[in-house]
Design a protein around this ligand. Sequence first.
Ligand code: MG
Length: 223
Amino acid sequence: MTQYQFVKQPMDVTIGKLICLARTYTEHAREMQTVVTEDPLLFLKPASSVIFTGGTILIPSQSRCLHHEVELGVVIGKKGRHIPEAQAMDHVLGYLVALDITARDIQSTAKKNGWPWTIAKGFDTFAPISAVVRKEQVADPQDLDLELRINQMIKQKANTSQMIYSLERIISFISAIMTLERGDLILTGTPEGVGELKEGDLLEARLGSLCTLIVDVQKEPAP
Ligand code: MG
């Protein structure tokens, strides 16, 4: 049971399930040669995939191609099911910047065969997250600059205003399927610019000036 870290005012909040969206930015859908859908596309990552700033993304022996995806994360503070859009933001505790690390080679095989993405998305260390910024400190979560630098070069840069779905819609949509609980984390999808990670890379992700996430990349040692 891992607890979130907070930018200010430490709190005890255990990390729950990670609900992730695919294709929430038009340009990313285009670069993946796919299309956006009317409803959000969801998949899950296990809480055991979370690491924090100072941690290391481990390249597992099963993959030869890890990709970075920088994303806005939404931490749920209040449990709910069938949450109306008008009340959705009452269920938010705060925001963070996250990386949805993806074994792109494994995912490509899964896509071709119609298999789930669980293996491609679920390895340990595949969900680096920053500390949480409480929502009271964020004027508009859908007007935040999202940026990823690798070895000091900008690789992904976008604004959360470019998301196809509103946070209200996303929260309402997910809660019509599964109960959202305090400590659950929604990864809202990545903008364009995804690319491959190499051993020794240093990643620095930012959500405006609110929070920063710094992790590096190494090969997983043999068990
Ligand atoms: Mg993603």
